[in-house]
Design a protein around this ligand. Structure first.
Ligand code: IVH
Length: 706
């Protein structure tokens, strides 16, 4: 090893065997090398290495960072989101480069920084150097250009020289002023700062992502970066990202003499500052603020990964200048990665709302960076395998910027004799249904969608939703209440609520529940009864089978036409060499992956039972029937005035069951207006627009009912 040390290259040494110094040097080398390859590939379209070699570099970088999280560089390839300027955004050349910061890891590094400044400026030891110490936000930097106080352009940092034009996205970012308030705003002013996401917003966003079966973000920084770099600003607008202003680039007139004063002006103009910041008159005060922030770290609403020190006097900043892309007048004092060692008592497997099985390490409680941790995620089964984590092991736990603590590594020397490898379950720990892994997926998922208690609320919510059974008056809140009271465990239970309530089996009866009452309960039953007839396509969609959205449900209904035929085919299709399986895979729009999932769902006896129970309550209409009757399919209908033979709700449900769209207002796209006595403005508007007006009797004649 010393030989390699001597030559200065450690690229061939096993990551586990590297010293800290070697690791730091190598992380730097990898950052440079990977950045160069990214540039060759993405900007010059001229890669110089194979994809496999490139991947190997990235893997090594990843392995190094896992072992030495405290040395992760700000310009690390793993922190860059995607490649340098992504396609789709215009590139922006920064008028002044966006610099990075040198890092300090301990008090001594900070003292060196202080001493260097003193020497460089030729100050004697008694001259105080005011230093502004402010939180280092774990986000991504951005530059906002204002002309005459108006935001005209916003860009990401990119590689420091060139960023991406994300103006439209920054316009919808929280705390980014469109116009600057106040006096003496320079004609041209570029404000720089950090785009970030608050921790609670991040958690809520992830919850929403998971419930829509979208990938969750690993941490608030990734979430912020992913949100800022959306090609559609409409998406960015829905994401809770925000901006802290803490620096500036080009300015047409000086904005202050000191950083402290400049911050005050930024705030006056409408920017939100990264607080708590402090102007420190001595090295001791600087270090004191570091400790305060370290302490406060866990309770701040956003992630910080250190404290940034900046010389306050701007004339001194100017004189100090920069060395190799980092200013001499500033430094980032990083917090140590929050790590601790403890014993892993057991591994539990949790089932998420959408059926994903996630292994969780139950730990002997330990304090990591001021927070007591007794659980940590192990991500998925491959991760357990790769790290060879076993119950009884002593493990290193980390809280990095990430909110959820993770098991970083096993301390092998401490493994108790006889510790057994963990066997990941292939049945769902909640409901006992088969848990399967789809091709190319890291997660294993429970297939018992309809009966699994972990998924029940989510599934039931989907079941009653607009494009499924569309039961008016039941939403997440009601489902949750029914579930918690044990009244509705599977879809069929929704349809027996009325008879159970009437028979006195619900205690207290629903109408006596808080927030209910006679009318709501009656409406609820009426709304439920309206859906006892349901089209097969809505029915299949309502089951919430993974990858079976409305379009796939429609394909299946058209192909099999009746539910009986479909269910029989799924039974046969369990044999993969059967005609039935081939027939399913052959449907245009259904590949082997989706076919596997569908067959798996119907192979689960408990799902079949839930469907049988449901069919005792409802009638599923054949597709053929639906289509042959659909004179009005695809048409837009408006009901107005009083209907005499049916309620408005029933008329609407029936029209929709036949494929019509029911709208509340008359417009150019309206095909029919069904007008009863008392019709007013809508009828008038229909006549103006020459829309066909039908009486209630005409309407029933048209749809072949009542
Ligand atoms: S000042 C010339 N202040 O850290 C100095 N940077 O390591 C430019 N960062 O790219 C940066 N909080 O994204 C500064 N209070 C803060 C910061 C901060 C976070 C980020 C920024 C920069 C990176 C450099």
């Amino acid at each position: 090893m010393s030989d390699e040390n001597a030559t200065g290259s450690s690229a061939d040494i096993d990551v586990e065997a590297l010293t800290e110094e070697q690791a730091t040097a190598e992380l730097q080398r990898l950052a440079r090398e990977i950045a160069e390859h990214d540039r060759n590939y993405h900007q010059l379209d001229a890669p110089t290495i194979s994809d496999a070699d490139y991947d190997a570099l990235r893997r090594r970088n990843q392995a190094l960072e896992s072992r030495f999280p405290e040395f992760v560089r700000d310009d690390s390839p793993s922190r860059r989101v995607g490649a340098a300027p992504a396609q789709g955004f215009r590139k922006v050349r920064h008028a002044q480069p966006m610099l990075s910061l040198d890092n300090a890891f301990d008090d001594e590094d900070v003292a060196d920084f202080y001493g260097r400044i003193q020497r460089f400026l030729g100050l004697d030891a008694d001259t105080a150097i005011d230093i502004v110490a402010e939180p280092k936000i774990d986000g991504l930097s951005a530059a906002l250009l204002y002309e005459n106080g108006e935001l005209v352009r916003g860009a990401t940092r990119g590689d420091g020289e060139m960023g991406e034009d994300v103006t439209n996205n920054l316009r919808v970012t929280g705390d980014v002023p469109q116009w600057l308030n106040g006096r003496e705003v320079p004609e041209r002013l570029e404000v720089r700062g950090e785009v970030y996401m608050r921790r609670e917003d991040f958690l809520a966003l992830n919850e929403a992502q998971t419930s829509r079966e979208k990938q969750a973000f690993a941490n608030p920084r990734n979430a912020a970066a992913g949100s800022l770099r959306q090609l559609d600003p409409g998406i960015t607008k829905t994401r809770p990202i925000r901006f802290f202003g803490y620096a500036w680039g080009e300015v047409s007139a000086p904005i202050a003499d000191s950083l402290w004063e400049a911050r005050r002006r930024l705030a006056e103009w409408g920017f939100t500052l990264n607080e708590p910041a402090r102007r420190c008159e001595s090295l001791e005060a600087v270090l004191e603020h570091y400790r305060i922030l370290e302490e406060a770290r866990a309770t701040l609403p956003f992630d910080i990964d250190g404290v940034v020190y900046k010389v306050d006097r701007l004339d001194w900043q100017n004189r100090l200048g920069m060395v190799s892309r980092a200013p001499r007048w500033a430094m980032a004092h990083k917090f140590p990665a929050e790590k601790a060692q403890t014993v892993l008592k057991s591994i539990d497997v949790q089932v998420g709302r959408t059926g994903t099985l996630t292994p969780v390490a139950r730990l002997e409680p330990v304090t990591v960076g001021g927070v007591v941790v007794s659980n940590a995620t192990l991500h998925n089964e491959d991760e357990i395998e790769r790290k060879d984590v076993r119950p009884g092991d002593t493990v290193i736990v980390q809280r990095a910027g990430d909110v959820i603590p993770q098991v970083l590594a096993v301390v092998r020397e401490c493994r108790p004799k006889g510790a057994k490898r963990f066997k990941f379950p292939d049945v769902c720990p909640e409901c006992g249904s088969a848990a399967i892994r789809e091709e190319d997926e890291a997660a294993r998922r429970c297939t018992g969608g309809l009966i699994c208690s972990a998924q029940a609320v989510e599934r039931l919510r989907h079941f009653v939703s607009r494009n499924a059974f569309d039961i008016e008056g039941i939403g997440e809140k009601q489902i949750l209440a029914f579930w918690q009271n044990g009244l509705v465990k599977e879809p069929a239970d929704l349809f027996t609520l009325e008879s159970r309530n009437e028979a006195g089996a619900i205690d207290p009866p629903l109408q006596d529940w808080e927030g209910w009452g006679e009318t709501s309960v009656r409406n609820l039953f009426a709304a439920t009864n309206l859906r006892r007839d349901i089209g097969i396509d809505r029915f299949l969609y309502a089951l919430g089978i993974r990858h079976v959205g409305q379009a796939t449900a429609r394909l299946l209904s058209r192909h099999y036409e009746t539910l009986d035929r479909f269910l029989d085919a799924m039974t046969e299709a369990r044999e993969r060499d059967s005609e039935a399986y081939q027939d399913l895979v052959d449907i245009d729009g259904i590949g082997p992956k989706v076919a596997e999932i569908i067959v798996g769902f119907f192979a689960e006896p408990r799902n079949r039972q839930a469907i049988d129970d449901l069919r005792d309550q409802i009638r599923v209409q054949d597709a053929e029937l639906l289509e042959s009757e659909s004179e009005i399919a695809g048409k837009t209908v408006v009901f107005t005035g009083t209907l005499e033979t049916v309620t408005r709700a029933e008329a609407k449900a029936r029209a929709e069951a036949l494929g019509a769209k029911v709208s509340g207002s008359v417009g150019a796209k309206t095909d029919y207006v069904v007008a009863g006595p008392g019709a007013g403005s809508k009828l008038k508007r229909a006549q103006e627009l020459d829309v066909t007006v039908l009486s209630e009797a005409d309407w029933f004649a048209l749809i072949g009912a009542p």
